[in-house]
Design a protein around this ligand. Structure first.
Ligand code: NAD
Length: 339
């Protein structure tokens, strides 16, 4: 079968990772073009990825490059416009989360996807492709824990990276929009329904700079669904031990816990500090396999004419929930979530 030719837009922190997977690790994909507004990143594409067909303008890449699909890994505010332009140009689309930065943009992306049922649209909620999360979902589907009625999802960035988070805080949209979107997606995925009510709060005890940016270093949100099922999301930026992503799914017959200790690997170091298990340092390390698997699935969907499991509507819903959470946090009271 013919390889899927892909053009990537955005070669920043995550773009480089996706580009490396497409160029070197996915047998039925070929990275043939790259686009970035940063000249140094285009040099990277040429020198490190062997991609010579490079662009500083996204629309020009769509018009001129020999590509079947695009991977959009640009700044979040660009996603929806680029999704629509790429689909209208007849390209299959992989797009990083979040779908958009406001509801209006998300609706535009929905319309573009609806205009092109012949094309694949894939949204990068990669945690669903992490082997442990995928395994947990298999157990849920097999009925091992009965009916799931509560999800507790935690996502805390390593304190080692806190200065970057402080610099980004004034433009991040707040901790729930910036950080909670993956946890919200997991809650919806495991519960199989959307929350209709949210209460949220935040706290800052270590880095007052977050308060200066009208934000907090820790955020918690509690959600209630129409069935009575409950979600609890805890996000933060000050995990001293590493990158802590943990999820608990509680059902009528049992509980699943995914990554209660964010272990780096199976090695235990016995030394003067005791028996030490090191932790993962950040998202590229923790979810390396998930990023590869999600991109493989995208390419397979394109080749086989299949529709990806995560839809554009999942993107809109998670964005809506993150915004409602921010509103509840700012108002300091429970809010109904309207869809
Ligand atoms: N799934 C995850 O776990 C995860 C993790 C990190 C980032 N992300 C998402 O990935 C996206 C990129 O994040 P990042 O951390 O790599 O950001 P980054 O700032 O490091 O990179 C952004 C890239 O976008 C490019 N860009 C901006 N505007 C452009 C345009 N008009 N045309 C072409 N290129 C353009 C820049 O040149 C740069 O290469 C964001 O939407 C972010 O939310 C997802």
């Amino acid at each position: 079968m013919k390889k899927v030719k892909v053009g990537i837009a955005g070669l920043g922190r995550l773009g480089k990772l996706h580009a490396g997977n497409l160029a070197f690790h996915i047998a039925n994909a070929e990275l043939t073009a790259a686009c970035s507004i940063m000249p140094a990143e285009l040099e990277y594409a040429k020198n490190e990825l062997g991609v010579t067909d490079v662009y500083t303008d996204f629309d020009e890449m769509l018009a001129k490059a020999d590509i079947d699909a695009v991977a959009i890994v640009t700044t979040s505010g660009m996603h929806c416009a680029q999704i629509a332009a790429a689909l209208d140009a007849g390209k299959h689309v992989f797009c990083e989360k979040p779908l958009g930065v406001d509801l209006e943009q998300c609706r535009q992306a929905e319309k573009a996807v609806e205009r092109h049922p012949e094309l694949a649209f894939f949204l990068g909620f990669m945690r669903r492709f992490d082997p442990s999360y995928a395994y947990a979902m298999e157990k849920v589907k097999a009925g091992v824990i009965g009916k799931p009625y509560m999800v507790k999802a935690t996502g805390i960035d390593p304190e080692a990276l806190v200065q970057g988070a402080i610099r980004f805080a004034p433009t991040s949209g707040g901790i729930f929009i910036d950080m909670a979107i993956h946890d919200i997606d997991l809650m919806r995925w495991f519960l199989g329904e959307d929350p209709v009510e949210v209460y949220a709060a935040g706290a800052t005890f270590k880095h007052p700079e977050f308060k200066d940016a009208n934000d907090d270093e820790t955020g918690v949100a509690m959600y209630k669904c129409a069935s009575g099922a409950i979600g609890f999301v805890h996000v933060g930026r000050t995990a001293p031990h590493g990158y802590h992503v943990e999820t608990e799914v509680v059902g009528t017959e049992g509980t699943l816990r995914i990554s209660p200790v964010p272990e780096k690997n199976l090695c235990v170091i016995y030394d003067k500090n005791g028996a030490v298990k090191e932790c993962v340092s950040g998202f590229p390390e923790r979810f390396a396999e998930a990023y590869l698997k999600e991109m493989e699935e995208f390419i397979n969907c394109v080749q086989e004419g299949r529709k990806p499991e995560v839809t554009v509507y999942d993107g809109t819903k998670s964005t809506q929930i993150a915004f409602a959470t921010t509103e509840a946090y700012r108002e300091g009271k429970p809010l109904k979530i309207e869809y």
